[in-house]
Design a protein around this ligand. Sequence first.
Ligand SMILES: Nc1ncnc2c1ncn2[C@@H]1O[C@H](COP(=O)(O)OP(=O)(O)OP(=O)(O)O)[C@@H](O)[C@H]1O
Length: 579
Amino acid sequence: MTRVDAFRAAVDASVYSVRRAWGYAPTWLLRVIVGYLVLAVTPAAQVLVVSWLVETSGGTPREFVPPLVVLTVLLGLGQAMEQNTNLIGQRTANRLRARYQDELMRAVAALPPQRVGQAQTNATIQGCRSSLPDLGRLASSVVASAGALVTAAALCVSVWRISPVAGVLVVAALLPNLLVFAWDAKMQDAAFVPYGEWERRSEYAVEQLVGQRTATELATLGSGAVVAEVADTRRRTANAILDRILVLLTRTGTISGGGTAILLGGALAGVVVGGSGGAGIAAGIVGVLSGVAATRSAGFSFGDLISFAPKVRAYRQFVESVSHSVDTQIRSDAQSVDARRLTVTYPGSTEPAIRELSFSAEKGQIIALVGVNGAGKTTAINTVLGLLEPDAGVVAVDGVDATALPLAARLGYFGLLTQEFGRYEFTVRDTIRIGRPDGKATDDEIWQALDSAHAGDFVRRLGDGLDTQLGSQFGGVGLSGGQWQRLALARIYLRDAPIWILDEPTSAIDAEAEQQIFAELQRTRSDRITIVVSHRAWTLKGMDHIYVLDEGRIVEHGTYEQLITQQRRFSQIFAEQVA
Ligand SMILES: Nc1ncnc2c1ncn2[C@@H]1O[C@H](COP(=O)(O)OP(=O)(O)OP(=O)(O)O)[C@@H](O)[C@H]1O
């Protein structure tokens, strides 16, 4: 990034942040502007009043008391305004940060599933998250920078009266800082991505140490220190990247400090040589000293503008790359789903994970995909959902090629329960209403979903019913693996999409509850199409059709009784269970 680019990026970021601040917190922005405006003109006013005071210093009290009082008021005002404006700036920054965070999280929530979990997406989100405090602060920094320019201009005018050369030099003293900060920004921009990446890796390791599931495993293994070491090594790598930049910044800070000192020294010389009499010299010196403070604060705030610009750009690019106008409505009905000759090869693989795989189901049917680990069941399901693109073949819903639909609309046909279901440590109500995109559900609907998933009884026994906080990390109720799985199933009942895909829906659930859950699925089967992945033979008995996958192909299909009689792959896989 050239200096011109850095300035242009800083201007873009500044305009963006002030617009956003005006949109979100206009009265707070106004308060910040008023504060910095008062601060900006105070030094110049002090120069004028000092000149007045020195001129009246040998006179009567009637003559020197008014400038003395005005100067005292100015000093007091300057002090009070500085503190107040800083605090108002912080409060404004907090409000804006909350808005940016909400916007970022909504963008993350609206990400299409293919982008979720990708390494690059994760890195970008993490980078944006760590930039949120800076984004919140930027509008105040813009106002502070504008204030610094007003300070410099007002000082220039007031010192000009004493010595035009000094007036010009006071303003020129801003330049070294501006140039150096442009260069700093270039360096920081280059470091932003690699630093963020290593920080993210370190954070990931830390999360494993503190996350409930992994922390328990690590404590049992006694290997927490190994992970702590991994976190530490990664943090050191991140720090080394930052350190290189900070060393450069220290050097450039020294250089700009030297340049500023020379220019202000020149201004002082101009005042002493050109200042007509004691009043002029005193006022000029006050002006130049105020200039020192002004250039320092200008340096900081301009630095913010330039160094935050890449973060604003990354944030905007990400947030604007996500379309919020996607149709996430749950479809009301589907009569059939057909997978026709699907072949899928993962990127980087030479062999397809599934080949020419076909199956179909109609409303009211329950079908099953079975096979050993790695046979291709998850690949098949993800292709039906549209999360994987097939090399060949078609998925049709009600006879219409589903690729014609945008992914979000296509997903509206499905309720998916995977093995990786979420254990959301919210209240029971919030945990269940996640099942619907709009999150709207009456208590009756939630209880009905819980009862269907055989979770109603244990939830009724919890202290606060639907308001019970779940999960131990927030002091809530700890649940067993099976209870969490029932809540995940309840979300699918609440969602009530026309096609259900249940990947081992009862893997963590005891045999008795498993029977009840499958009985309930059978009882309500006419409402939907159900596709189940199961490794348990008995659950397959009531299925309308079972597809047996082996090495990515369907090698057999039929009802449970037909497959058992055939004595082929199905019988081999389930030999122990049906013996
Ligand atoms: N993201 C991926 N990239 C490359 N290959 C993959 C990926 N996911 C799965 N595979 C490969 O595709 C094949 C099918 O995997 P898949 O996960 O569909 O099997 P599965 O039948 O669902 O297994 P399981 O019962 O263990 O869940 C396997 O050989 C697997 O190694």
